[in-house]
Structures are given as C-alpha cells and as structure tokens.
Design a protein around this ligand. Sequence first.
Ligand code: LLP
Length: 427
Amino acid sequence: SQTVGRATDGAVTVAGIEVTRLAEEFGTPAYFLDETDFRARCAAWRDAFGPGADVFYAGKAFLSRAVVRWLHEEGLNLDVCSGGELATALSAGMPAERIAFHGNNKSEDEIERAVSVGVGRIVLDSFQEIVRVAHIAQRLGKRQRVQIRVTVGVEAHTHEFIATAHEDQKFGIALADGLAAEAVRRALELDGIELIGIHSHIGSQIFDMAGFEVAARRVVGLLAEVRDEHGIELPEIDLGGGLGIAYTSDDDPSEPHEIAKALNEIVSRECEAAELRVPRISVEPGRAIVGPTAFTLYTVGTVKPLEGLRTYVSVDGGMSDNIRTALYDAEYTVALASRRSDAEPMLARVVGKHCESGDIVVKDAFLPADIAPGDLIAVPATGAYCRSMASNYNHVLRPPVVAVRDGEARVIVRRETEEDLLRLDVG
Ligand code: LLP
C-alpha cells in the first residue's frame, strides 16, 4: 500500500524517490516511512469508527514527535505506556486529555506526572494501582478518570486464538472468580478516581475477529453486572489493539471498517440484550496503522553460499534494528531494491552484523542469485515494533527514520552517533 514503484533504471521508488538516492542521502540501514500512507491509515480508522467512538494510536509501535503531530492533525488520540512516551507526546503538543496512560507497573512518578498534566484516562491494571492512583490524585487535589483493564479469558496468539479458562500472564484483572467486579467495587469507593469504563486488550497480530467478539461480549457482561450491583452504567469500553497486518502474502488482514462494523454490532447486540445503554467504544491500534507504512533499507556487505543449504546475505544492520525475527520467529519478505535482476532466485537468509547466529532479519527468502556486496535490499512492513524496540547491541548505532511524502524525504528521527553512545558513559 505504499506508493512504491520502479524507476526506468530498475531501482525501487517510494513516494517518487529512488531508493538509491535515499541511500546516498541518508545512509543505510534506515527506516523509510510513508507519511501519506500513515495519515491515510489514521483517517481510515477515524472514519470507520466515526465521531461516536475514539481511536487511540498505540505509541509503543513507533513514536516520535512528528508522529504525534500527524496523529493530532488526523484527529486521533494516543495511548502511552511509559513516562518517556508521555513526555514525547506532551513535547509535540498532544493535548493531555487525548492521552491514555497504560502499563502494568507505572511508577509513582509516572502516575503523578500523568495526573498533574491531566491525561484523559489512566488504565488501571491491578488492585494496588487502583489505590495508588486514587491516593496520588487525591493528594494533588484531582479526580482522575480511569478505566479498569480486565482479562477476559481469551488468549490471542499470532494467526489464532485460544479461549482459556485461566490466564497465566501479567496484565489486567481477571473477570473470572469475580475479581474484576471486586476491582470495580474498590474503584467506586475511592474519591480520587472516576471510573469511566472497562478496558480489554487480548493480544497482538490477530487475524480472527472471533477473539475480539468474545472479549466485547464479556466486557459488556461486566457492565451489566456493575449496573445490577451499583445502579451505574459505565459510559465507556475500550477493546484494545491487536489487529494483524500482512508481513507475507499468506496474511490476510481485515480493514478498519470491517473491524468497526463487527465490534459495533456485537456491542449493540449485547447491550440490547442486557438492556444497557451502548457505551462509547474506543480502540488502540498500533501495528495496523504504522506497520505497513515503513520499510528498512540495508546495504549488502557479504554473500556467503553454503553448499547444499542456502546463501547467507549479510546486511549492515540486524537484530538491533529488527529484533522481531529473533524474538518471535516473525516472518518478513525482502527484495532487491537498487536494480532489476533477471538472475534465478536462490534460497537465502538475510542476516545482520551482530555477534550471534540468531541475528536473522529474514529467515527464508528468495533473492536473485547475482546478489552482491553493495546491493540495496528492502524489508517491508517494519514500521511497527522495529525502531521502537531497537537496541545498541554491540554498540551499533540505531538507524534514522526518514519520512517520505510527495517526492520529498526528511529525517524525523536522526541516526545515532558515536557521540550519542559515549554521552551516557560516565566512567
Ligand atoms: N493496547 C494495549 C494495551 C497494548 O498492550 C498493545 C500492544 C496495543 C494496544 C497495540 O497493539 P497492536 O495494535 O500494535 O498489535 N512487540 C510485539 C507486540 C507487543 C504488543 C504489546 N501491546 C511485536 O513486535 O509483535
């Protein structure tokens, strides 16, 4: 979906610019992010849910000040999950009331900052945190709007979902055994917080809508319980993020309007059955917005054929700019980007420059047999959880993010320098 083409000399173009020119100007490795595509995806989510709902972009997928400004301009809200993300959001002018603050172990400092600046909501993740946020808000003379994150007993995995009776993970408060109902009871007793709704996030890179539907049904079930016990109809529910994107041609993601339709229908139906007012819905897509909008451009350094196995193609980055292959066995594709080649495809593995054999960028790839040092190769769909999870392993410098739009390219996160690295070293 990026504005990708081929120039007459065979080089891949993005937003009308040849990647050979991009590499010359910005170096490699580098992430190139299509701003037009990013904005279009924001608009698609916003319009799919309409004015009666809220879309919070999950900043953990990728956050920078430019991104915050685009979100603001496109009418999206922002979900942050650390003081650092909050600081980035505020410094780029995101109004605090459009920020939601998440996390299973927010520090007192983080909570204090969030409450002081007036974030729109804090999502409470534990019994301790209910009390902690209430006390901090009270001390600051504020009443903080909060949601309670519940775990609905649906565990979502890549490409599938498994309904589980007991959840064995760290997030949220279980609906099972009346724990979530007890959390609501506690929250309603405390002056420092105003409980506005219930939150559920079932996982990430999900393709099957059934998991979201079960979650929506169970969250509405809790709203009905709360109404029966306390006589209050909580006005909001958040159904989290998690929508999958296509990393390879095997993946078949849903469109925002399909998700909006499915979620609205199920929530309306369940509310009608329970005789509840339909709450305001919010969602928190991260990957689905930014993932497809960027690719990583690498320069090939060495090509090593292993007889009878495959050819190892080493690039100038690796697990420091994309940890997902090593961490999740994630699948990516790769293409020769600097020229056209008619050579036979050969089985290759794209690896990085780091000092371990698990440093794989693309596990199984077909590249033209004449691939050679100096060629540029592009790995698509690296917009989400690549720069945001990048590291300085081996003291490698983290790559820049360059935004392309209408034939122009500009750096939105600059490349790290050795000076940046050494600045933290006080010995
Ligand atoms: N909301 C909450 C509460 C979340 O925990 C997450 C992701 C999202 C929204 C956004 O999910 P998305 O729409 O991006 O799937 N590092 C992993 C993904 C971890 C996701 C963590 N939470 C990866 O690279 O696949």
